[in-house]
Design a protein around this ligand. Sequence first.
Ligand SMILES: [Fe+2]
Length: 196
Amino acid sequence: MTYEEKKFSLPEMAGLSKESVAAHLGLYAGYVKNCNVLMTQMDALRADSEKNAIAIAELARRFPFEFDGMRMHELYFEQFEAGVQKLTPQSALSTALAEQFSSVGEWEKQFRQLGMMRGIGWVNLCFDVAANTFHNVWIGEHQQGQLAALPIILTLDVWEHAYLADYSTTGRAKYIEAFFSNQNWAVAEKRFAVVQ
Ligand SMILES: [Fe+2]
């Protein structure tokens, strides 16, 4: 099989320029392409898997970087589709966040704080279904720190490519502000409804 690049129907977003978003979508496309290239190359190398063991191992190490980069960008861009929609105050997601973090505002504060960590990466709000618990998780690059089998409810890309063109290197906080102000929270609410 091959992975297909998804097309997103994105509205105009305050604080996230069309040029910046277009470039970001181009990077996403690269992850899709590289997933397919890596799978094809590993298949070819398996024709002589003993001789190519080291080459296969190196590509296998690289695959999660490309795959998680692909998948998290899909989750990320999907969160902006169909325009801004605030988190519904009485929704299951809102209620559960408030129960665990004392308030949705406190959850958001903690999530934003992780987003300001130095380094390149992502912040994911994940939900541990078995323990009925959320985790805000720092993801280094795309693949480091992923919590096994925990569905992602909301994801925030804080690689510099996500904000450099609009905010410069020191503008990550403003970018995170724009990220939140453009969210279609119905997407996260739907993801939570499916897994809870
Ligand atoms: Fe990105």
